[in-house]
Design a protein around this ligand. Structure first.
Ligand code: ZN
Length: 133
């Protein structure tokens, strides 16, 4: 498995317009637009930072994973995403090492990326996303 870089930080927020005031308005990051991933019940908003991005996550439904995260832990960093060169191979390698995965197979994420999550119980409490674009 080859990790190429931190692709993005996923940050759970309640209100996109409110959060944009900080990330764009105060920090001056470019706002690249939003995309809704219906099956994850989430709208994402991207702010490129150098070779990585800040990804704000707003739940589209009270029973979505981001809404549940905020209910339990409050707003904040929800996951760290690493870009890999070959996500299928990375997942095979992790499975062979007995690492607990949320996704055994890649699914479709924002921006047409292939993504998969490693279970936080296997990482010391961090929800880790692998993504390939
Ligand atoms: Zn992500």
């Amino acid at each position: 498995m080859k990790i190429l870089k931190i692709d993005h930080l996923g940050i759970a927020v309640n209100d996109l317009d409110e959060s944009k005031k900080f990330w764009s308005g105060i920090l001056g990051l470019d706002f690249e637009g939003t995309e809704t991933v219906a099956e994850q019940k989430v709208t994402t908003a991207f702010f490129p930072v150098g070779e990585s991005e800040v990804e704000l996550l707003v739940s589209t439904s009270p029973d979505g994973p981001v809404a549940k995260y905020i209910e339990k832990k409050g707003q904040g960093i929800q996951h760290v995403a690493f870009r890999v060169d070959d996500i299928e191979r990375a997942l095979e390698e992790l499975k062979a090492k007995g690492v607990r995965l949320i996704d055994e197979k890649p699914r479709k994420g924002a921006g047409g990326a292939k993504i998969a999550f490693i279970h936080p119980k296997a990482t010391g409490g961090v929800l880790v996303e692998l993504c390939e674009r």
